[in-house]
Design a protein around this ligand. Structure first.
Ligand code: ZN
Length: 415
């Protein structure tokens, strides 16, 4: 093969004690440039967050580069072999290099559905790609999906990586500078901090090489925010184009027709009052004609649960989230129409004005003082606190793929 425009895909080079695929991808981009290849774009591709055996965050990467396919493939493989813990059972890297496009449908499947290694092999062989799978070769799924990816909507994340000798130590990033950076650049950047809780969000606590990451609408906005951050010296940084924050994982769904491990946007009507269970998890039941759907807002979604708790039977809503173990785990919801929330209670006695008590199921109410009976209950209209509109989980609970409301409501393909 001759020098040409190539796509290089990497996945599953993570290890429990630190390495992450974006770091290896950013390092490979530097090595390619040093070898004389032009690298025109680095993409961070998030895949189905519910896929079994997924890596943390289920991230794969793709580099667009110009070079000799054989040389690029050898450099990519040797970089993976140098750093990825190939003897770790949960680390099964995949490396793909191709000058031919892979079907976008394969990427769509990997972000919204479930894929197999055999499926990846079929796609790669069909395109005549160079590829290598290590271990059980599971990383070929993400590596091929990253190469196949096309983003109808995209955001950017500038990832800043640590100097090697600092890996595993406490990160030195000035929190005040992060709040300042978000204050200056929001809503063009997001999820740097959680202003409601007063905490930082963009600095990980895992032992990986990421110092912090700034998410935003364009390379210019994330660079502007990054320039305001004070921290320990960085080893290098890379601005990734990504499907994060685009709702790429959501597909339209209907109550009663959801599949395990997929993520949906579903319309429905609140069926029963929300219930708060052990640990502060809130359960919301929707129905749509005959079918019912259980939705969950877990404790880490914090104040979002107050919105869920304020819903009442009859409210029309649209919910977004992943369907796992029979529940839709809420990422955001839209209150479409607020119902009149009426409840009944024992009426006052029509004769003496005292509060009556039930005279037995279906038998009305009776005054204990004067023994007057009545069959008309008192109807109480609850004052509703929730207004129509979209509501979302806080930044600290947001999944990588979930589109923040500062970017607008979900817009699905074909809608
Ligand atoms: Zn009475």
């Amino acid at each position: 093969m001759a020098i040409g425009d190539l796509r290089i895909g990497l996945d599953d080079t993570d290890s429990a004690d630190g390495l992450c695929t974006t770091w290896l991808g950013a390092l490979l981009a530097r090595r390619l440039r040093a070898a004389g290849c032009r690298v025109s774009e680095c993409r961070l591709v998030r895949l189905n967050p519910n896929a079994p055996f997924r890596t943390r965050g289920n991230a794969a990467v793709c580099l667009d580069a110009r070079g000799d396919p054989g040389d690029v493939f050898r450099l990519a493989c040797s970089t993976v072999e140098e750093f990825a813990p190939l003897d770790a059972p949960m680390t099964n890297p995949g490396v793909v290099v191709t000058d031919q496009p892979l079907p976008v449908a394969w990427y769509r499947r990997a972000v919204t559905d479930l894929c197999t290694v055999d499926g990846a092999l079929g796609v790669l062989e069909g395109a005549g790609a160079l590829f290598r799978g290590y271990g059980n070769a599971r990383g070929l799924i993400g590596a091929s999906a990253a190469v196949a990816a096309s983003f109808p909507d995209a955001t950017f994340e500038l990832l800043v990586y640590r100097e090697r000798e600092r890996w595993g130590t406490v990160r030195q990033v000035d929190a005040g500078s992060l709040f300042h950076a978000e204050g200056v650049t929001r809503p063009h950047t997001w999820d740097t901090v959680d202003t409601a809780r007063g905490t930082t969000v963009c600095v990980p606590h895992t032992p990986d090489p990421v110092l912090f990451g700034i998410r935003g609408e364009s390379p210019e906005w994330v660079a502007r925010a990054r320039a305001l951050v004070s921290s320990e010296p960085a080893a290098f940084e890379e601005c990734w184009r990504t499907n994060q924050g685009t709702d790429a994982h959501l597909v339209p769904g209907r109550c009663g027709h959801l599949l395990e491990g997929r993520s949906y946007i579903v319309a429905g009507t609140v069926a029963t009052p929300p219930a708060t269970g052990d640990g502060g998890h809130v359960t919301l039941r929707l129905d749509d004609r005959a079918a019912e759907l259980r939705c969950m807002a877990y404790e880490p979604t914090k104040g979002f649960r107050d919105v869920v708790r304020s819903l009442r039977p009859g409210d029309r809503v649209v919910v977004c989230g992943s369907y796992r173990r029979g529940s839709l785990n809420l990422e955001k919801l839209r209150v479409v129409r607020v119902a009149v929330a009426a409840s009944v209670r024992p009426p006052r006695c029509p004769s003496c004005g005292r509060r009556t008590t039930s005279d037995g199921r279906g038998r009305g109410w009776k005054c204990r003082a004067c023994r007057t009976r009545t069959r008309e209950p008192e109807v109480v209209i609850e004052e509703r606190t929730v207004a129509p509109g979209w509501y979302e989980v806080p930044p600290s609970a947001r999944r990588h793929l979930a589109k923040p409301l500062c970017r607008g409501p979900p817009r699905l393909p074909g809608r």
